[in-house]
Design a protein around this ligand. Structure first.
Ligand code: HMG
Ligand code: MG
Length: 304
């Protein structure tokens, strides 16, 4: 039943961005850097460290340049940032970012609330981002959000998301991360969405960005694994949400993902004990309890 599972998986860590963007109280820049360093120490090699969006829209990410300046760069680690437009790319390039991620939603209403544009206008705004970034030697990733459901419109037709993803890849994105932004997805739905996308893309061109709002994220990961997906976005401790998506609490916790992958014999290159420690750092940084299951239960076996 599980013979075809991949041997290794790449984890794309989003806690410093998707996690912290949602915090009401301003997190100190040095605390953000401490979290990123703890994630690197755990073996994470792809980390979305900040976003270069409008500070009016997401004040929590206003210190992106400062975060990048204070970070010690480690070989083998890709430092990414979310950017909405050419201004964001400029700021990311100045900060020495390796990879940028553009983002839009499969539903018009969420897209409008998040970036104040229609989907068509947003794709247009990426023209001076994607190919100039590639020309500068940066990698570009794309997000398609609200694919499993929209907090404003309800059900979303996956074919609309596929059409957007096709345009992102055509424009130069090496990977498209499919977002269950509000964590409503269930496994059969995930299978249907992925089968549609895999008719058009190779598995390595797809990542899954799952929020665990209703406890279904890991079940959806398993469907992804069975269909050959090998990149999963996650956030340590389950920190996260989207400020323009009500109810988008809790990304899939990195510890829960890595615990499950390790148990299935799938390599990640991540040290679970150190990852758990990074979760403790995240908790201290935000000053409240985090929802991740492994974060709460610990990583040692009862016998150990
Ligand atoms: P706007 O107000 O329509 O556009 O915002 P604007 O161009 O008029 O810009 C407004 C102000 O922001 C101006 O400043 C610009 O200069 C400035 P002012 O003249 O008023 O002083 N500005 C910028 N400043 C710094 N960096 C920039 C930048 N761009 C403009 N890059 C805009 C349009 C897209 C900028 C805005 O809506 C925005 O920044 N939105 C970002 C929202 C966001 O970050 N949401 C959370 C991330 S998405 C998410 O969480 C989902 C995801 O995790 C996947 C999933 O879960 O599915 C990725
Ligand atoms: Mg998200």
């Amino acid at each position: 039943m599980f013979e075809s599972l991949p041997k290794s998986v790449s984890v794309y860590e989003v806690s410093p961005r998707d996690g912290l963007q949602n915090e009401a109280a301003q997190v100190a820049t040095h605390a953000k850097v401490r979290l990123i360093e703890a994630l690197v120490a755990a073996g994470l090699e792809r980390i979305e460290v900040t976003s270069f969006v409008s500070p009016r829209w997401v004040p929590q990410m206003a210190d992106g340049t400062e975060v990048c300046r204070m970070l010690e760069r480690h070989e083998g680690v890709t430092y990414s940032a979310l950017v909405p437009n050419a201004r964001g790319l400029e700021r990311a390039a100045e900060a020495g970012i390796d990879e940028v991620a553009v983002f839009l939603s499969a539903s018009e209403t969420h897209n409008r609330k998040n970036v104040n544009k229609t989907i068509a206008q947003t794709l247009k705004a990426f023209e001076p981002v994607i190919s100039p970034a590639v020309a500068r030697g940066m990698k570009v990733r794309g997000y398609v959000s609200t694919l499993w459901g929209c907090p404003y419109e309800g059900e979303v037709d996956p074919a609309r998301g596929l059409a957007i993803a096709e345009q992102l890849v055509e424009a130069g994105c090496y990977q498209v991360s499919l977002g269950d932004t509000i964590g409503v997805g269930t496994p059969v739905q995930t299978g249907r969405i992925l089968e549609l996308f895999l008719r058009r893309f190779r598995p390595e061109q797809i990542a899954l960005h799952l929020h665990d709002t209703r406890g279904t994220a890991l079940a959806n990961v398993l469907v992804g694994l069975q269909l050959g997906v090998t990149t999963f976005d996650a956030s340590v401790g389950g920190l996260g949400g989207c400020p323009y998506a009500p109810g988008a609490a809790g990304n899939l916790a990195t510890e829960d993902l890595v615990y499950a992958l390790q148990g299935m014999g799938i390599e990640t290159g991540i040290d679970l004990e150190r990852l758990w420690q990074a979760g403790q750092v995240a908790e201290a940084v935000v000053g409240r309890e985090l929802p991740g299951k492994v974060h709460q239960a610990g990583v040692r076996s009862l016998a150990g």
